[in-house]
Design a protein around this ligand. Sequence first.
Ligand code: C5P
Length: 304
Amino acid sequence: MPEHPVKSLSVLAPAKINLYLHVTGRRGDGYHLLDSLVAFASIGDRISIKPSGAFSFRIEGPYASAFTAAELESGPESQNLAVRAARGLGDLLGRRLDLALTLTKNMPLAAGLGGGSADAAAVIRAMLDAWQVAPQAVQGLDAFLLSLGADVPVCMRCRPAVIRGIGEEITYLDEIPEMPILLVNPQKHCPTPDVFKAFAGREFSAPHPVPVSVKHTQDYLELLLAARNDLEAPAQTIVPGIKTVLEAISNAEGGRLARMSGSGASCFGLFENEELCLVAAEQIRQAHQDWWIRAGTLGRPQRH
Ligand code: C5P
């Protein structure tokens, strides 16, 4: 494989939204089996790469201070998935890390938006692009992505997909109709293990039937409205503010669906049109200045 000099570039690490999430069972090891439709938004973190004689890693942006010392490390022992992704890809390709990596952390951490996995996947996309290596040319790439985390393969493709099992069974779908989306996080810690613990004793759901292609927004909304996020109620026992967030989104004019993503605490609203989505963002921001609120588009984040 010919080696190309690294070039400067920046890519979006889009928020991964669980448009619905059914808990369908529990494995012997305690992990829960899920059925979820995921799609990606134009909102997210950013990964930038610059040519450099030696590898470096730094985090900037509004949530940079939320990382632990071990997550700020750029060495092989780093606890940051973005660094592990960069080092692992270098090893896989037998290439020296001739780049400086910057993560601009715009999304709150552990927020139910797939942040760490999205960042790791974006690092790999950015590095392959900078090195001008096609993903198909990397032997063992799929296994490497999965070794970083169950959500990393789907974040790598940034395409809508139904995920089952604990996230490792992925069925990619056709692109979905683009919709204005509002993301709202009450900025309260909602740890995933606690949410699954709070789910204990509740009934499992059946998987939701999803066709590979849905062309019209209305059909798409009906499909989503017939499903739910089974972790919404248990998450509210940990962060009661999630209920307030969902009410604020539901009460906004033009809102068609309000739901929590992942294990929370972020919630999303799908809106009739972009203008009403922006108005809702502004109104909710006025009433709740301590919440994280972003408006954007759901679908085709590759363009951003
Ligand atoms: O995937 P993550 O490391 O965030 O999961 C944290 C915890 O959440 C796990 O240790 C497990 O207790 C619970 N979990 C689960 N089923 C899943 C994912 C997470 O029970 N599919």
